[in-house]
Design a protein around this ligand. Sequence first.
Ligand code: ACO
Length: 432
Amino acid sequence: MASSDTLTITDNRTGKTYELPISEGTIRAIDLRQIKSGAEDFGLMTYDPAFMNTAACRSAITFIDGDKGILEYRGYPIEQLAEKSTYLETAYLLLKGELPNESQLKEWQHTITYHTILNENLKGVLDSFRYNAHPMGMLISMISALGTFYPEAKNIYDEEVRHKQIERLIAKMITIAAFGYRHMVGMPYAYPDNDLSYPGNFLNMMYKTTEVKYQPHPALERALDVLFILHADHEQNCSTSAMRSIGSSQVDPYSAVAGAAAALYGPLHGGANEQVIRMLTEIGSISNIPDFIKRVKAGDGVKLMGFGHRVYKNYDPRAKIIKKVAYEVFDVTGKSPLLDIALELEKIALEDEYFVKRKLYPNVDFYSGLIYQAMQFPMDMFPVLFAIPRVSGWLSQWQEMLLDSDQKIARPRQIFTGSARRDYVGMGERKA
Ligand code: ACO
């Protein structure tokens, strides 16, 4: 470390000066603890609600440059993975750090395919949900219930056991998700078909009716695979932070994934694509767009859903790919009547000073809902479609956390703002 790679801090309360090392563009928050106003002082902390400027881990999995619109998994640009990879290959890359060779990929695909079946008792859990239960609520409960079938899963530091649970979770996500849908629409469960690809098998379990063998449309199967690749990981977002935080208690991965899925369920995270469809439907026609834009700019609580991002201050690279996929899907399904409204909305917003000044660009959710809708997925299933591939990201981040000697149980500090010590007041002495 060059001597200039330090931060000099003068505490004006005491006049003392401290020199803190800067490494990888950060200072260690714990180094601030030595800065005390007196012997009784606990030491300086940072206050950072929502982790706006705090790195909680070192990670080698996903890289994002939000200003330039760059997203890479293990160094590979998302555009190249979306064009050339499959979701299962990408999941392998995220988990293991390198692309598999031919035999490794074959073995991985075989392992995942042959772990898609659920224990029949789990169907009883699903059957106990009402017909109108939200599929995300069912998914969260089913992941947690799944964990109870594998008590050995708590041995998280046993590499073989850990890998087995990773395989089971990735494999069974499509089965749980599809079974939840079948329960919702009152159709008999369709079992996995080992001849099909991962996305093809999911479509099979979703839509198979009375045909002997379900054949997914290759273009739709590929489109779903690309969407899975795009949603597989996104570094330290809300659900991934939840996964790491829950996992830091050394609980089994099923419990941690159920918690991460619960975080994803929220409308500020996995639910925005549904809001885009609602917004486009409400706008209704191109002639209503100028009025809608006016309402957004007036700031009276109306937002252009599917626009803006905490990290991307440029076109979300995933949105570019999804827009292309949307056309490929519409070639098969017919064009969504909402597409023209979306295109015009995007065109106007990208030229409008309000959006340009605030660097608001389409995000991953702007076009994904249109694709899901064209593929006949009900809106309630949209966050489930997000959760299926994100499991590989959550598990990669969880495993990295477990093997990182810097990590301990997650335990943030607080600034206490409550009452100072006081004595208990008996009921008779309390004010009315
Ligand atoms: N429409 C209109 N104005 C917007 C929008 C939008 N979609 N997004 C941000 N702005 C405005 C804000 O009002 C604010 O304006 P101001 O400076 O005049 O007060 C400015 O742009 C900055 O926005 P912030 O809210 O500070 O940005 P933040 O990083 O906190 O929020 C978020 C990011 C939540 C994604 C926001 O852009 C948003 O709500 N977008 C719509 C919802 C959406 O599409 N979410 C999906 C995100 S992608 C994902 O999670 C997978």
